[in-house]
Design a protein around this ligand. Structure first.
Ligand code: FE2
Ligand code: FE2
Length: 252
């Protein structure tokens, strides 16, 4: 199996695909990056497409699953270059609308993106949009880590595309990039979350929202996917995590 692509869900009409394209010029950085595609009846939603460096490979891979001009939405969870760096390339190549936190729209021109009329702005409380027979829900994830940040819940596959939440700095296995032992995986989560995430209070707010949904999988933008029981273990862990401003004295 090509380690750069994995179908996470497929019921014949609705499919979710995970891609893992890294900027090979920074291979030693050890922060593997995942990009995602949702397709229903030939209509696509691209999730956190990533940096300019991976655009060509991702475009090619995505086009194997959906006609590029049938990509209806491209979702950017937050402003970082590993999420949004290729926005100008996707603007040229697609007819898509760009869904992103309203807080970051004004910064996108610095990536060369000028077509602001194509943006659907997410206000702080998030949004829910119909997608085919189902819905996509943009769940607030502010300060986890970005001040304006959302996770995306796909009601059909029951996958939460969680952006940097759940990200791990870990050497990825061959084949399916999935957590096999949560206990083992914790050490790869800890450093990233402790420093990049805002505070325990914010973690709890997000966990409460996610626990209110029927979730089968959490798919982060870096590292490994959490499935079944590991979803529960991860949420329990995050709920108790001390991070960010909880360590104010150490930081200042
Ligand atoms: Fe980020
Ligand atoms: Fe990231």
């Amino acid at each position: 199996m090509d380690n750069k692509e994995k179908v996470l869900y497929d019921d014949g009409t609705h499919k979710c695909v995970m891609f893992s394209f890294d900027d090979e010029s920074v291979e030693d950085a050890f922060l593997s990056v995942n990009q995602y595609l949702i397709v229903q009846n030939g209509i696509g939603v691209l999730v956190d497409p990533g940096s300019e460096a991976v655009f060509d490979e991702l475009y090619e891979a995505v086009s194997q699953h959906v006609e590029i001009d049938k990509i209806k939405f491209i979702f950017f969870s937050h402003q970082d270059p590993d999420v949004s760096g290729s926005i100008a390339q996707w603007a040229i190549s697609t007819q898509a609308r760009f869904i992103m936190p309203s807080l970051w729209i004004r910064f996108m021109t610095h990536y060369g993106f000028m077509e602001l009329s194509r943006v659907i702005a997410l206000e702080d409380k998030g949004a829910k949009i119909t997608f085919g027979e189902d819905f996509l829900q943009f769940v607030p994830a502010h300060f986890l880590h970005s001040p304006g940040n959302f996770s995306l819940y796909d009601s059909r596959s029951k996958i939460v595309f969680s952006g940097d939440i759940g990200a791990a700095i870990v050497e990825t296995p061959e084949g399916y990039k999935k957590v096999s032992s949560f206990e083992e995986h914790v050490k790869h989560l800890l450093g990233f979350h402790k420093r990049y995430m805002g505070s325990n209070k914010l973690c709890r707010a997000w966990v409460a929202r996610i626990q209110g949904l029927d979730v089968h999988m959490i798919a982060p933008q870096h590292g490994l996917v959490f499935e079944d029981d590991d979803v529960k273990y991860f949420l329990e862990w995050l709920k108790e995590l001390q991070c960010g401003s909880d360590y104010l004295e150490e930081l200042y």
